[in-house]
Write a protein that binds this ligand. Structure first.
Ligand code: GAR
Length: 210
């Protein structure tokens, strides 16, 4: 099974989707550790309820991002993950840690990347008058929400949507998107060569629509 470490800052519904799928045997993976930058993240509770070691590291105890991430990744490395999944992890990762792990860190982001990077993506989509929104799973690069996109799900914007309602519909689709993407990664059919995604040894021309 694919050994997964999960980074989460908050609610942890994407983490819960992973835990549930592993629990019911529908994902050939094992969650080997959950890590957070917030001691009060619900994600930590969800992990512990599933019998998984959950660790919070407070950024305030460190001089800068690099020192914090060096410590965080030393803890992550100790559980020997094949893949590190950012699931609602709200801190930028330092380039040095990202570049040391090519093709081994993914992030789920609530927009159709490259559109609407950063925060408040649902409001950004509404403000831009987008008719379509969604979510993406991408490999993490040193640039915020910038790495190659592996998979996406599209969600129509419906008249009368506000950020909350649209965000709720996107989140419902994030969970199956993440699980399908993890299943693909667990099958070892995906690789990253020179910052480009390969599927079955061929360059991926466009994100997979899952
Ligand atoms: C999800 O919508 C995820 O895509 C987003 O935060 C939410 C976390 O929800 N991530 C980002 O915005 C990353 N920049 P969850 O804690 O319930 O999984």
């Amino acid at each position: 099974p694919l050994r997964i470490a999960v980074l989460a800052s908050g609610r942890g519904s994407n983490l819960q989707a992973i835990l549930d799928a592993v629990g019911r045997g529908s994902l050939a993976a094992e969650v080997v550790g959950v890590f957070s930058d917030r001691t009060r993240a619900t994600a930590l509770e969800r992990a512990r309820n599933a019998g998984i070691t959950a660790t919070a590291v407070k950024p305030s105890g460190f001089g800068n991002r690099e020192q914090f991430d060096e410590h965080l990744f030393s803890l992550i490395d100790a559980v020997h993950p094949d893949l590190i999944v950012c699931a609602g992890y709200m801190r930028l990762l330092s380039g040095i840690q990202v570049m040391a792990r090519p093709g081994r860190i993914i992030n789920i982001h609530p927009s159709l990347l490259p559109a609407f990077k950063g925060l408040h993506t649902h409001q950004q989509a509404l403000d831009a008058g987008a008719s379509e929104h969604g979510a993406s799973v991408h490999f993490v690069s040193p640039e915020l929400d910038g790495g190659p996109v592996l998979s996406q799900v599209r969600v129509p914007v419906i008249p009368g949507d506000d950020a909350e309602r649209l965000g709720r519909r996107v989140l419902e689709r994030e969970h199956p998107l993440l699980l399908a993407t993890l299943a693909l990664l667990a099958s070892r059919r995906v690789g990253v060569v020179d910052h480009r995604i390969q599927l079955d040894g061929e360059p991926l021309a466009a994100p997979l629509l899952l």
